[in-house]
Design a protein around this ligand. Structure first.
Ligand code: F6P
Length: 365
């Protein structure tokens, strides 16, 4: 008989389409297959710190309708690390390691194990709670698809679909006005989202963090296209793309975030420079959080369901301290000790870059 009777589940970090589908899959697998109780912890680790008032029983009933819903019914926080925590009460501001409060709250609520769904920050805390002896399973989430340990993260497919839809819309207006439209895609320091969007949305140029760009080279391609009668262009610019010898453009620094840099603004720069070089009027569109919102695609609903169900299976097999991963087409796992900070980028000589080049796409290299 397993010693696990009641499990907690939480979402941390930036949201991502498919989080609710994971929550539903964890709940259904836990209740229907193993007869467990499931407690949702609201607002990530902040909820764990605050305890009972942030805990909600998850049932077949209240998770029944959430498969197709974007966001997270448990809400999220990307600032709360209980191992290095700041909070304020009537006696003042306090700072320090408050992980013991989280551990006590789990005990008080009779929660035997924890499924943490999140990015690097959330999973780092998951690893640290695991080191304290809490039975933890991590589920990775990010639209950026930049985690080395897993082949694909849920949310990526939905983000690409949203961005591709935007490309289709921008194409008709760019064509009508003979303009260049530079489309800024999210993805932080990885170009997976921009590359997929550029291929699916028939971009003329794709600028990635992994390939420093030369705007004269991009302009050369757009001028050639213009001379051949295509007097408009779509250029996908990853928010982390940078010019040869240049730096990434930062739009905001969120001081109290574990990952304070927010990228943004590079598409505006590229649009201005291409207008000068190509002689076509140019505009920039920042897709921003449009890529993170909304209902997950069918593929992401399936992938999220697999991640959630696999997390409960790992718990029941006693494989604590691991993160669920997708390898090839198999769900598997990797130690939380090995996955933190282990990011991947687009292979610059990979098949996708080659196929885009075969379509005449410039990478500015
Ligand atoms: O990591 C996911 C992501 O959406 C990145 O693509 C983007 O750079 C960042 O989060 C935006 O963060 P925030 O939601 O804090 O603005």
């Amino acid at each position: 008989m397993s010693e696990i009777k009641r499990i907690g589940v939480m979402t941390g970090g930036g949201d991502c389409p498919g989080l609710n589908a994971v929550i539903r899959a964890v709940t259904k697998t836990a209740i229907m297959k193993y007869g467990l109780e499931v407690v949702g912890i609201k607002h990530g680790y902040r909820g764990l710190f605050l305890g009972e008032k942030e805990f909600v029983n998850l049932t077949l009933d209240n998770t029944d309708q959430i498969l197709a819903e974007g966001g997270t019914i448990l809400f999220s926080s990307n600032k709360d690390n209980l191992f290095d925590y700041t909070f304020e009460d009537e006696t003042g501001v306090h700072h320090g390691d408050y992980s013991h409060v989280g551990v006590e709250n789990l005990k008080k609520a009779g929660i035997d194990a924890l499924v943490v769904i999140g990015g690097d920050g959330t999973l780092t805390s998951g690893r640290d709670f695991s080191r304290l002896g809490i039975k933890v399973i991590g589920v990775p989430k990010t639209i950026d698809n930049d985690l080395a340990a897993t082949d694909t993260t849920f949310g990526f497919d939905t983000a690409v679909a949203a961005a591709t839809d935007a490309m289709d819309r921008l194409k008709t207006t760019a064509r009508s006005h003979s303009r260049i439209i530079c489309v800024e895609a999210m993805g932080r320091y990885a170009g997976f989202l921009a590359l997929a969007t550029g291929i699916a949305g028939a971009a003329d140029a794709i600028l990635l963090p992994e390939i420093e760009f030369d705007l004269d080279k991009v302009a050369e391609t757009l001028k050639k296209n213009r001379d051949n009668g295509k007097e408009w262009a779509l250029v996908v610019v990853a928010e982390g793309a940078k010019e040869k010898g240049g730096k990434v453009i930062v739009s905001k620094v969120v001081e109290d975030s574990p990952d304070p840099i927010r990228l943004g603004g590079v598409a505006a720069y590229v649009a201005e420079e291409l207008e000068k070089r190509v002689g076509l009027e140019s505009r920039a569109t920042v897709l921003g959080h449009v890529q993170r919102g909304g209902s997950p695609t069918a593929n992401d609903r399936i992938l999220s369901t697999r991640y959630g169900s696999a997390a409960v299976e790992l718990l029941m097999e006693g494989k604590f301290g691991n993160m669920v991963i997708l390898k090839g087409n198999e769900m598997s796992y990797e130690s939380l000790e090995n996955v933190i900070g282990n990011n991947k980028g687009v292979e610059v000589d990979g098949e996708l870059v080659k196929v885009a080049k075969a379509m005449g796409v410039s990478f500015g290299d």
